[in-house]
Design a protein around this ligand. Structure first.
Ligand code: GRG
Length: 292
């Protein structure tokens, strides 16, 4: 499975990069400097986890990949915008992202803001430009707006900022932050793909995405604590230096590790209820193992 998995992951990424290139070629009337900043932020870097999740879920459920191509692109555009804004001095203030200078460091702060704004808007323009726009597309786009907006990722980032200086943050609040800031944009690709299957898998797959997202964020906390710049692509150890709100801070090292295991087990149990689950099982294992 190992080699098949890697090959399949690469195939999804190749497909995604092709779709991204086509999409970006349609960016019209965008000032050259802004366009360069947007392309810098979204091209050449990142694991492409959200597009891969979207394609893999589509494959698992027998959905034609063509149907989700535009969403795979939109998801990565939105994710990339969130990283650009997260790196700004008024947010996390990071000079490096994806192994290179963060967008505002390269293009200036104002253009970091504008490149993020441009990517976000272009994500919706791109999906709305699908040649045939079906009811499923509308439903999927509505879900994407919900997951990335103030009831999802932006809301989660808000709660994170509000609580980050607090001495004592409850388990409930930390989970609310992680579910919104991280899980929602991982639930989105899974549910979007499932919308095109014609069947309602939202309960089970929503639960899978939620647990995957929390697991992903806890493992990200471990990687910040233990990683080096070459493998995480950004400045390591910042969470502790900046006294950030993380699972390690709230639960301690062992507590965070046991929660990681708990969410991993939950993911596997849900996936086992599906046929053709091999890729997603391996994907989940890889996410879990990257912590070690
Ligand atoms: C600024 C609106 C706004 C939101 C920011 C995404 C985010 C919310 C903050 C970034 C910091 C962070 C820890 C986010 C949680 C999600 C996460 C682990 C992002 C990193 O995603 P990867 O690992 O990154 O998929 P690559 O670079 O591989 O795409």
């Amino acid at each position: 499975m190992q080699n098949n998995y890697q090959k399949q992951y690469e195939n999804y990424v190749i497909r995604f990069e092709k779709q991204l290139k086509i999409a970006l070629a349609n960016l019209s009337n965008t000032p050259q400097y802004l366009r360069e900043a947007m392309e810098y932020a979204v091209c050449d870097g990142g694991k492409r986890v959200r597009p891969v999740l979207c394609y893999a879920t589509a494959d698992m459920l027998g959905v034609q990949l063509e149907k989700v191509d535009a969403f795979a692109v939109a998801l990565e555009l939105i994710h990339s915008y969130s990283l650009v804004h997260d790196d700004l001095p008024c947010m996390d203030n990071d000079d490096y992202r994806r192994g290179k200078l963060s967008t505002h460091k390269k293009f200036g702060e104002a253009f970091g803001v504008l490149a993020g704004d441009g990517l976000l808007n272009f994500a919706f323009e791109h999906v709305l430009s699908k040649k045939t726009f079906t009811n499923e597309d509308a439903k999927a786009l509505k879900f994407l707006s919900y997951c990335s907006g103030s009831s999802g990722m932006i809301g989660g980032q808000t709660l994170d900022l509000i609580n980050e200086k607090s001495d004592k943050v409850s388990e409930e609040v930390l989970y609310e932050i992680y579910i919104n800031k991280t899980s929602k944009l991982l639930i989105a690709p899974i549910i979007i793909a499932s919308i095109f299957s014609g069947k309602d898998y939202s309960d089970k797959l929503g639960e899978f995405g939620l647990n995957l997202g929390v697991m992903f964020q806890i493992s990200d906390d471990f990687m910040d604590a233990k990683g080096d710049k070459s493998n995480i692509g950004k400045t390591p150890g910042k969470d502790e230096i900046q006294d950030k709100l993380t699972s390690i801070k709230v639960f301690g090292f062992d507590g965070a590790l046991s929660r990681l295991q708990y969410h991993f087990d939950k993911c596997l149990n849900i996936l086992k209820e599906f046929e053709n689950n091999e890729f997603l099982l391996e994907f989940t294992k890889k996410m879990f193992e990257r912590t070690k």
